[in-house]
Design a protein around this ligand. Sequence first.
Ligand code: NAD
Length: 295
Amino acid sequence: MHTTSPPAAVPGDIGVIGAGTMGLGVAQALATAGHRVTVVDPVPAALESAPGRLRTGLRAAVLMGRQDAASTGPTAVRVRFSRTLRDVREAPFVIECAPERIPLKEGLYSELGALCPRDTVIATCTSAIPVGLLGVRVQAPERVLGMHFMNPAYATDSVEVVRGEHTSDATLARARHLLHTMGKKGIVVHDSPGFVSNRVLMATVNDAAGVVQAGTADAKAVDAIFQDCFGHPMGPLRTADLIGLDVIVDTLHVLRELTGGAHFTPCTLLADLVAQGKLGRKTGEGFHRYATRRA
Ligand code: NAD
């Protein structure tokens, strides 16, 4: 792996945009399945720390029993890093995992649409932005769809696949095939702000945070209700910590803007935690404290 002078991307690599939590997780899942991947991120600090975070992810996959230790080296070598979008211009498939900001993603899709040939599939990992809103930015919007991987992408078996108004059958088939090569199943839903997953989850997280803010229960008790009474594997606030509280707040803003639903306005406690840099697992503290940080 390379940190300072990454080699030129190889034509035919799958492109991943964004070297954050999701970009690296998706790149790892692809590389584990044998695909070569070029990860693009314009932020130097993100690019510099990415190879180390990828190695951490690979170690976690070994500990989870999803990968054997001997295969982690060859897997890491299949992932290249670049700071220029031009390096994905020959990718047959691009998966975008850039920050959850509508103007940022719109700009990115205009660039990708002009850069990539019309038969390149462009998939967004957005949490809540409708696929159609991004698709209209590119020539040939039939090649755009949502592939909403869950976190960590290398350790989850199903993906929410979002079919936009213009998404073609061929695009959907290519996405399903790629997921099949990764040993994952796609669950197809129609386009709408937040789709199914985050329309429901984000409202729940915001309400759960509101309950803590009101003093009805602390975060531990809120999560215990969901785990011990409902039998959920993880409570909503631990789930929020895993996603990243900054990503939660960005997603709530998108949902508030696109649906008008007042219940999507992030509660004060969530906004305060983000302002204090308590972003959840990735910083070691959010609603809960963690001994180790996770990319
Ligand atoms: P993140 O903040 O961890 O990573 C975003 C990355 O994008 C950073 O490395 C940043 O440097 C980079 N970036 C900034 N500007 C960019 C640009 N103009 N072009 C390309 N990259 C740029 O965020 P994340 O958690 O990886 O989320 C990425 C996307 O995936 C968002 O749309 C988010 O809603 C979605 N998502 C997140 C989760 C989750 O659990 N965190 C789950 C599913 C989907």
